[in-house]
Design a protein around this ligand. Structure first.
Ligand SMILES: C[S@@+](CC[C@H](N)C(=O)[O-])C[C@H]1O[C@@H](n2cnc3c(N)ncnc32)[C@H](O)[C@@H]1O
Length: 267
């Protein structure tokens, strides 16, 4: 391990895509960063880097020099064809390759440099940056500061003007990949998950619940907080076809789409 402990890493939650989501604490941390590391994800990178650059231009004083370094993202295997164990192993291998790539870049930086990772939304939800930074610290001595951000599902709730859960009830946050199995198994076991928030669902798996749970209420949003924002809500069986269609059209129009939704069983 390098004994250079003077490098610092800031993991900064920047909110779900709107510069207005950047908190005062995030702005303060941004202003200390010398080098922002960004994973090169190919086609979507330009847009994601552009959002990050706009945030830096807005919140970092002109006399503070900083640069963006794009680190090639290692190729990730075909998740859809993998079972759960293969998927977890694939993600672990991918994280290890990513870690090596970052360590190589950080090692080249001068003593005292502050490295910034700008994390979409909040670093605590479905983001590997904190795990990768922990792994980086196994190779390089650095201190770490994590700054929370507004998560996509908080922005979704605000955009719809709703409280996510009924009074005193729970919220379950999960991925599209797990939704149907978790929903079905817990219902069969008589377990109440409360409102289920679904992220990372490129397939809108909630479609599969529309026939069996038509009265479930969905609050859906794409590009929440961004100029392209699209929102729909209603009884799942009534609105799901429109959402599927709209999502497809938006993806075609913009080249990418990020969406999140909340499902609340009719009480
Ligand atoms: C890799 S996860 C990152 C989550 C992020 N850390 C957060 O707290 O929002 C990406 C997922 O977040 C959701 N997401 C992020 N930004 C969004 C936005 N502006 N509008 C809708 N969904 C968004 C989508 O479900 C997307 O698949």
């Amino acid at each position: 391990m390098s004994q250079n402990a003077t490098r610092r890493i800031h993991v900064i939650g920047i909110g779900a895509g709107s510069p207005a989501h950047v908190t005062a604490e995030a702005a303060e941390a941004l202003a200390e960063v010398d080098v922002f590391l960004v994973a090169d994800k190919g086609a979507v990178t330009d847009e994601l880097v552009a959002v990050r650059q706009a945030i830096c231009e807005r919140f970092i004083a002109e006399d503070h020099p900083y640069e963006f370094v794009t680190v090639p993202d290692p190729r990730r295997g075909p998740d859809a064809e993998r079972d759960a164990a293969q998927y977890s192993q694939g993600v672990r291998d991918w994280h290890a390759a990513r870690t090596r790539a970052y360590v190589e870049v950080i090692e080249q930086l001068p003593d005292g440099a502050v490295v910034g990772f700008l994390v979409w939304g909040d670093p605590a939800f479905y983001d590997s940056t904190i795990r990768i930074v922990d792994a980086i610290r196994e190779h390089l001595a650095t201190s770490v500061r994590v700054v929370p951000g507004i998560s996509a599902f908080q922005a979704l709730a605000a955009a719809h003007g709703i409280v996510l859960h009924r009074i005193g009830e729970p919220v379950h946050v999960t991925t599209g990949r797990r939704l149907v199995q978790e929903w079905t198994r817990t219902q069969e076991a008589g377990i109440d998950l409360g409102t289920v928030v679904v992220m990372l669902d490129g397939q809108l798996h909630c479609r599969e619940l529309a026939a069996t749970h038509p009265d479930t209420v969905i609050h859906w949003g794409a590009y929440v907080g961004m100029p392209q924002q699209a929102l729909r809500s209603g009884r799942l069986a009534d609105v799901i076809d429109e959402i599927v269609d709209l999502r497809g059209r938006l993806r075609e129009e913009h080249g990418w789409v990020m969406d999140v939704y909340a499902l609340t069983p009719r009480g």
